[in-house]
Design a protein around this ligand. Sequence first.
Ligand code: AMP
Ligand code: MG
Length: 450
Amino acid sequence: MEITTHAGVLSFEDAYETVRAYCGQKSKQLRMRSEEVPLLAALGRVLAEPVIADRDFPPFPRATRDGYAVRSQDLENGPATLRVVGQVRAGDSYDLPVAAGEAVEIMTGAAVPPGADAVVMVEYTVRKTAKHEIGRAGGEAQPGDAGNADDIIGIEERKNRAVATTVAEELIDIQRRTSAGENVVPAGAEAKAGQELLSRGLRLGPAQLALAASAGKASLNVYRKPRVAILSTGDELVDVAEKPGPNQIRNSNSYSLAAEVAACGGEPVQLPIAPDEAGKLAELIQEGLKADLLLLSGGVSMGKFDLVEQALTDLGATFFFTGALIQPGRPVVFGETGTVPFFGLPGNPVSVMVTFELFARQVLETLSGSGPATLKSAKGRLMKEFRTKTGLTRFLPARITGGLHDPEVHVVPWQGSGDMLAAAQANCYLVVPPDRESLAEGEMVTVVIH
Ligand code: AMP
Ligand code: MG
C-alpha cells in the first residue's frame, strides 16, 4: 500500500497499512546511528552489525549423550562387544584414533575422537571386566604389571610388553544397532566459521545474547535508542506530584506512554503539560519535534479546545490520517512534520494505550532499526456473550487466561475509554470486527496481546 495524504478517517485496516507503508518507505531514513554497548546492555536493543561465527558451530563433533564413542561399522550387524580404550570428558583433547573393535567412554559435550562416528547411550550398554592370560615366553614379569579393573590398556600394548600376565580388559556389550552420526552433532553443522549468526535489524533477546556470547562478542554494535517526546495536552491536567483541584486530573498518559516507549526500546522524553492554548502548545510541539518521534495525547477530538491538529497544520505538518474507525481511539492522528513522524493520540487513557499499540509502536520499532513487528494476536474462547454496535473495529480490554489448550477470554467490565482500572486489569484487547453486532458465548475470538 502507498502512503498517501488521506487526511481523513480510515478503516482500521487502512490506517494500520498506512502506518506500515510509512515504516517500509522511511525505514532507512528513520534509522538511528549505532553505538557499541557491553553484551548484557544490548538486551532488547537492535543489532546494527551482523554477528559472524568466529569458528565452526559446534567447533568439534559434539557428543550429545553420555555413553561410548564407537565406529558404527562395528555395530552394523546388531549387538557387539567392544573394548573400552579410553575416556574423553567435555573439554578434553583426545586425538588417538578409535580402531576397529574399540570404544571410548565419552561425556555429553565432549569431542568425539577421530575414527568414531557415533555415540551409543550409556543406557544401551553393559560394562564388564574380562581377565585374560596373555604374554610371551621368556618374558619377565614386572612388579605392578598385573592388571586391575581400573587399568584400561589395549591387548596390543599388553602383548608388546614381553611379559606373561593377567590383564583386565574393560569391555562393553552394546545391545542395539547404531548408525553413523547417532548422538553426534558434526563440526560446523549449526554454522560454519564466517557465516552470519545474527543479522542486522534483529532485536536481541536472551537467546541472541547467548549466541553472541558463544561467538566471543563481549560487546555489540546496536542502534542508538530513538528519543520519543511525549506531550500531554489539556487544561485539566496536573503533574502526578501536584495536588489536583476538585475538577482536575493527574497526567497519567505521560506515564503509560513513557512506559510503552521504554518497553519498546525507545528513550522517553516527558515534556511539560501543554495547556489548551495555541501559543504555548505550538511552542511545546516544536520542542517535541526535536526528538525522533513525537507522541501527543489529547486535544485531537472535535471540541472547541482540541487544538492539536491546528497547531500541527500551522507548523506545516502532513497528515496521513486524522481518524480511524476504531473504538477506543477513533480521533487518532498520524502525520509528519519535516522528517519527524508524530501521532496525535486521543486523551482517554485506554484510547492512548490502544492507539499506541496499534499504530505508534510500529513507527517506534522502525526507528529502533528492527522494522515494524506485526500485532501479536491469540485465539481464545469467549466466556460470555458480548453485544455491541456495528461500524467500528473494537479493541476492548480483556483477559486471556488458562493454559496452552483452550484459553478463555473474559471481557473486563469498563466505564468506557477513560477507565484506567479496566486497562490495568486487562492483559489483551478483544478484537470485535466492525460487521459484528455480537460475539457468542463459547465463540473463538481474536485478542491482541500487549
Ligand atoms: P481529550 O482527548 O483531550 O478530549 O481528552 C479525553 C479525555 O481524556 C478527557 O477526559 C481528559 O481529561 C482525559 N485525558 C486527556 N489527557 C490525559 C492525560 N494526559 N492523562 C489522563 N487523562 C487524560
Ligand atoms: Mg483535552
